[in-house]
Ligand binder design. Structure first.
Ligand code: TNX
Length: 549
């Protein structure tokens, strides 16, 4: 017994050592994503009860930092608005000294006397996040932050993560925790997939049945979708949704962390939950029931029925009132055309509008909704199927079925967010071990996420400018609890964050894994259940997951 405890003690000492050393020898000081430029210096700044915080004004970033220091680190540190001059032991948050910095950039100077974080808006916030990453995970009486000069800014403006809360539902509290970790890794767009066949998850006041009926499914298919014929079900009702008050709360929470929430309201496909609530919006009139298995359903909105467009406009009015984002995601993916082919109303619409076929009808549908959203000052994002039948004039394309959609859209001078399944689908297996929990399939280890290059080689440098960034997608068919979700998301999302933030030429997988080791303690403190494959290939830390089978 004592032997075991002693052995554990030794192991933890050894681990602490590895963690500390990793940071000492690391040119990037354990910071993820790696900054553009880091110049290490000797000495340390000591953050203590005596430290004073100075800021030009009390901005969102400043109050975030003050709150962190006072309530998370439990220091008395007071905030003073005004010039710090040469005040001893102070942290200065300022917009001065930001000349020539790209958007979202910051300059950080840490000396034994002072920390100066220079940045504007999001830039200041990211400078703060870097400082937080330099605070040792091991709590001690005084907090020592190593001296350095750092200049930093992102490679891509859009650094996203998508969460599907339809297949399985996740609480407000958990969504906020995810937003916290996103901010820590300088991700700035949270794409909230709020509607799908298996559940409608956002309260819409004008259409109460969307949540009364559409947010509840009778049961859920057991195991992998393809495992059993016939499929078996768990005979357990499942549901959940967010009230508008909850949504407003999350939107503000994210905005305080410089994260934009982009809501997704799916159309014309993945809309069975709506049809179950309002069957008149489908081609056949139903009856329909909220989806109980995964995959693609044939029943979608009727494109020949004007009530559908009016309904969606009403829904989007409430959505726009809740989400101030420039972008509204309208889905557009996986919409089978079999109902439209047989539907007299859809066929009449094709004739009346002089459309070529059902693909052109989908394009008509999306363009009509785009026009509405544009008239309200918003822009649409759609999955790459919106290219089929002709792209809506101002649409941004999310390329998910590989990179071809992204290439085609960029060549048509449309903005693109890359999210190809092969590199960005965080619902795939991370290891080939038979002990992995059930996932959708595929194989996407951390190293592969890290190897992703968002700008396709096929694009000219002119076209490449339309690639605004990329996004990791967390589809939750098989992810039915928060521990498993975190296990799927981290550290793969951290790898993607580095792909999107750090200069391409600075990217180095082994160096990244070394820095991740420093993060294990930090993620433990945040009670994040990250996957450990990169550390545990042979039962000890090896710095690579290449051998994972
Ligand atoms: C495809 S990606 C879908 C989702 C699924 C996902 C599973 C996309 C636009 N549609 O409905 O959940 O695959 O990986």
């Amino acid at each position: 017994m004592y032997k075991t405890i002693f052995a554990l003690f030794l192991t933890s000492l050894a681990f602490a050592n590895i963690t500390a050393n990793a940071q000492d020898n690391d040119p990037n000081m354990g910071i993820v994503p790696a900054p553009v430029s880091v110049k290490k210096a000797t000495g340390q700044f000591v953050l203590s009860q005596e430290t004073v915080l100075y800021a030009d004004s009390n901005t969102k970033a400043v109050s975030f930092f003050t709150d962190y220091i006072q309530n998370r680190l439990n220091l008395r540190t007071q905030l003073k608005i005004g010039d710090a001059g040469s005040a001893a032991n102070s942290i200065v948050l300022t917009a001065k000294g930001t000349e020539g910095l790209p958007e979202q950039g910051y300059r950080l100077t840490i000396t034994p006397q002072q920390i100066i974080i220079a940045g504007k808006g999001a830039g200041l916030f990211y400078g703060i996040q870097t400082v937080l990453q330099l605070i040792p995970a091991e709590r001690a009486a005084s907090i020592k932050i190593p001296c350095a000069t750092i200049e930093d800014y992102p490679r891509f403006g859009y650094r996203g993560l998508m969460l599907d809360v339809c297949r399985h539902f996740f609480s407000v509290e958990f969504v906020k925790k995810m937003i916290d970790v996103m901010a820590y890794y300088k991700l700035n767009n949270f794409h909230w997939h709020l509607t799908d066949d298996q559940g409608w998850r956002i309260e819409i006041k004008k259409y109460p049945r969307l949540t009364e009926i559409g947010s509840q499914r009778a049961q859920t298919v057991i195991g992998n979708y393809h495992d059993r014929t016939p499929q078996q079900f768990d005979n357990t009702p499942y549901g959940g949704y967010y009230t508008q008050d909850q949504i407003r709360d999350v939107v503000k929470y994210a905005a305080d962390r410089f994260i934009t929430i982009i809501p997704e309201i799916e159309m014309p496909g993945h809309s069975l939950a709506v049809l179950a609530a309002y069957p008149n919006l489908g081609c056949t009139g139903g009856p329909y029931e909220v989806g109980t298995h995964w995959g693609v359903y044939d029943d979608i909105y009727c494109a020949g029925n004007d009530s559908v467009y009016l309904f969606l406009q009403d829904v989007l009015d409430e959505v726009m009132a809740l989400f101030p984002s420039k972008y509204i995601h309208i889905g557009g993916d996986e919409s089978p055309k079999v109902r439209w082919e047989k539907c007299p109303k859809c066929q009449a619409r094709i004739k009346q509008e002089g459309l070529k076929d059902e693909h052109a009808l989908q394009s008509y549908f999306i363009q009509r909704m785009e026009k509405y959203l544009n008239s309200k000052g918003r822009q649409i994002i759609g999955w790459d199927e919106i290219l089929e039948g002709g792209l809506a004039p101002n649409a941004t394309v999310m390329s998910w079925r590989g990179i071809e959609g992204g290439i085609a859209a960029a060549k048509q001078k449309h903005d693109v967010i890359m999210t190809p399944g092969e590199y960005c689908y965080l619902d795939k297996y991370q290891s080939r071990s038979p002990n992995e929990p059930l996932a959708i399939g595929g194989f996407l280890p951390v190293s592969k996420v890290y190897s992703y290059e968002p700008v396709p080689a096929e694009l000219s440098s002119e076209e490449a400018r339309y690639i605004k960034g990329a996004q990791g997608n967390v589809w939750t068919e098989y992810i039915n609890n928060t521990d498993y979700l975190e296990y799927m998301v981290y550290p793969r999302a951290a790898a993607l964050a580095e792909v999107l933030w750090s200069p391409k030429e600075k990217r180095n997988y082994d160096d990244f894994v070394n820095r991740l080791k420093v993060h294990t303690g930090r993620l433990d403190l945040k009670k994040v259940n990250y996957a450990k494959h990169v550390f545990e290939v042979t039962g000890k830390i090896t710095g690579s997951d290449k051998g994972v089978q």
